[in-house]
Design a protein around this ligand. Sequence first.
Ligand SMILES: C[S@@+](CC[C@H](N)C(=O)[O-])C[C@H]1O[C@@H](n2cnc3c(N)ncnc32)[C@H](O)[C@@H]1O
Length: 494
Amino acid sequence: MSEKETMKQKQNNTSGKPKRKPGGHGKGQSAPKEQRTVRVRTPRELALDTLVKVAETGAYSNLQLNRALQDAQLQRADAGLVTELVYGTIQRQLTLDHWLSKFAAKGLRKLEPWVHQLLRMSAYQLLYLDRIPAHAAVNEAVTIAKRRGHQGISGMVNGILRSIDRNRAELTIDTISDKNPAVQISVRHSYPEWLVARWIKAYGVETTEAICASGNEAPHASVRINPLRETREEALQLLTEQGSEAEVSKLAPAGIVVRRGGNLADTEGFRKGLWTMQDESSMLVAEVVAPKAGMQVLDCCAAPGGKTTHMAELMGGKGKVYANDLHPHKRQLIVDQAIRLGLQNIEAITEDAGNLGVRFAPASLDAVLLDAPCSGFGVIRRKPEIKWTKTAGDVAEIAGIQRKLLKAAAELVKPGGTLVYSTCTIESTENEDQVAAFLQEHPEFQLDAEWPEEVLQPLREKGIIDSSFKGQAQLLPHHFGSDGFFIARLSKRQ
Ligand SMILES: C[S@@+](CC[C@H](N)C(=O)[O-])C[C@H]1O[C@@H](n2cnc3c(N)ncnc32)[C@H](O)[C@@H]1O
């Protein structure tokens, strides 16, 4: 959903006043005596608390937000407002601070965290959400500041936000004196300058700008159909009958893009195992592994099981997919998905992927997938805080882990077998460079361009690959509006 569409959803609730659930205690209503002291938080307060928690504890925004929304049981429009405020504020943090700092006499650094987040969240409404009247955004911020702080804080919040509103026409990128493209893109799209500079080096200015802009778009939902239960046409019809706008994915052979689908996990089709929610780029990985019925396949880093279940489906439920993950608590996630989808050819195991030699004989598996832990820069739309938490040092560190896992995974592949390496990032250190270094050290492997034609065709049409395609591809988020993903298929010589 684009920002505009999200805003449309909230059209009926632009004042931001929470609509209480039936039986709730709205303004003006008297609460039962024993509950009088409990005040229900407004959507903006809920958003503010979530922002503070994400910033202070390093919690993932999507998990923290889901938890907050579940606890609060808001109506749909209010939940939409909270979601927009949390994601939007985190996404635009750098740009918001850039403008806020022009009007904060004592700077932003010394502000209490909740005041800083309140200013960001309110400036976000003023500068990015046309449908929220400026006076509503400012008044709500001042009310929160009065409730939580003292007169001085609410006065300062009022002053800064009114200045932003009055001067909004001048708060444009043209007024930034530094013409360095990395600075311009950093402030325009709110990304750390070091990351922008790195991407400019790898992809050039124009593509970097497209990557950054696309990372601020709300992701659209997509489902992968379970071919053991239904055809894509049947799923399309069902989703349409349920009132969703559903269309065939332009990228993934088993994918359907769903708009206005609501919570797809809360549908009959999901419960019956007709589909799995998955990003379209992510759906390509199992297609590239292309496992056949009866094969012995290993997914080294499998939880929550998106690609494991896809491979098991492609194998028609025959053969075996060993679904491994480091964390014991994630095993059940994989088991639950296998049961829901009616897949009996999955065995979930728990091990460090660097140590899977203790479970499998060398050169014993037909296909091994390493969907490696990575910096995650391809999924910034879903987890915008990644921009602010990950460092260049983290990229180097995770690349070291990937190198070890790739080496260990390779040892388990049969001669003539397949090794697929994938990440949801767009960093060459973790992707192309990783594969190049691996091939140098493992002459028994080579890149393998034998990808299914239905996967190659859309990549060719978008210009992602050309006639020089050797067996690896980097999808960027703006290509199809899906996650940034890297996939390499390697085969082991006989
Ligand atoms: C990118 S996610 C995998 C997503 C999964 N393939 C899917 O499609 O649903 C990476 C996973 O690797 C796991 N992981 C991280 N380090 C690992 C290690 N050393 N060994 C095994 N799994 C690991 C994490 O727990 C995480 O679930």
